[in-house]
Design a protein around this ligand. Sequence first.
Ligand code: 5AD
Ligand code: SF4
Length: 532
Amino acid sequence: MFEMATKVHDERRQGEAFAPNIPDSKEYKRRFYIESYGCSMNFSDSEIVASILSDEGFGATRHLQEADLILVNTCSIREKAEQTVRKRLTEFRKLKHQKPSLLVGVLGCMAERLKSKFLEEEKLVDLVVGPDAYRSLPGLILGADDGQKGVNVLLSREETYADISPVRLNSNGITAYVSIMRGCNNMCSFCVVPFTRGRERSRDPESIIKECRDLFNAGYKEVTLLGQNVDSYYWTGALPSKEGKIDAQFLPPLTLLTGENNPQPLLMQDAGNNSDTLISEVSAWLSSPTGGDGTSGAKLGMGAITFASLLEMVALISPQLRIRFSTSHPKDITDDVLFTMAKYDNICKYIHLPLQSGSNRILQLMNRSYTREWYMAKVDRIREIMPGCGISADIIAGFCTETEEDHQDTLRVMEYSEYDLSYMFFYSERPGTLAQRRYEDDIPEEIKKRRLQQIVELQNKLSQQSNKEDVGKTFTVLIEGDSKKSDKHWMGRTSHNKVIVFPKDTHLLVPGSYVDIKVNDCTQATLLGEIA
Ligand code: 5AD
Ligand code: SF4
């Protein structure tokens, strides 16, 4: 109940049944129904799964009764998420009694975590497929049709689904997710993700740019670049040339370009106003005999694409395309990223910067690799480089051994950071994580909940305060669609990711239009305005 509706983990979208946004009159051999839980990455993966299935003649349906195949894309991040899915699977089993040919499959993090347990002990499903094994779905479905239950939970060091063009499901036609990397190497002690999604790997930049450009050409106006830790995006592989050929495989040494104190965005200093030029420059350098000899900082910069350089390439697609990204890690976000954001109006001025805890002792137990001082200095730096930039956080209440003083430290960092929004959770021990193996989950539930309640109350105050400060200001807003409460109002977002609602009036606006809106009033969650 404390998980607020957000773009990162949108509580309103949990269990959403996906279907294409465009009416689809094609004849399909069979229909699949897919429900998604958890983070944006899972929702994005469901679009990859839809693409793989549609190549096999499966069409999506929103109606369970029509489905020949039911898929649940699952989340393991907290116990509650897993319980919800189990309940759902029990309901689906009942449907199988009515329609014996119906197949039920579990995808995603729970599939990875529980593997064949779903088939052997619980006998709930026919297919169990982990996040890196979606390409094997068609084969597994064929086997399951013949009564052979299928499991593929192999994790990969390479799979990025780079070549798969996702089928956009339930899309508003204006905003879309684009996955830029998979997995996570961070090993935060509370987190199950490194075990369920495997090692971190970055997707090749050319396929990312192509996907973003195709979205823009199809009328989309905003892309959100997704990864568990986007700041560690790092590409050193050969880029296909524009004709799609790879002339030379060249891998420069894996020297990290932190650029922490480098005020210049890497790679892009001399770039023209076109991401094609950038890609061909990068390709040319990568295939040149001297490329990546490591002797020159500038050259090394050209040899590796960092998140800052990727951001810049996407920003150059069109000033009319907005770019967001999630999630940043306080230990990894660089000045290069901040300066790149500041340089381009179309890179939204909003950073999701998980705090988790404001206590140095707890941060160390969480294996977060930063201190509260480091975190607060990052907040200062963001505000210095981009005054008015929106900042949000993830916060966990009641981690192992957390004292009242630790909790107060968290509240103090929240006050300091003046978050516009937070995603707040109480600690949920996850099997197999470092914390589960090393520490006792020793904070009683009522204390966890009370601390969480205090965190939520403080955040409500900060959100209200932040919205009040926007009253009287004018923002450029991208219209996403009708307001939920009234079709006489538009709903859109500001660059700093605030939802704003305003009357349609007589202006000729449509979803996807940019419009300047003056803020007249606000609630804790929404700005209210009028066309300026
Ligand atoms: N318990 C509670 N919250 C968790 N998160 C991750 N693992 C856990 C857990 N075991 C939260 C973190 C993370 C967000 C996606 O979910 O705050 O940033
Ligand atoms: Fe989990 Fe930490 Fe990786 Fe985020 S950065 S996915 S919290 S291990």
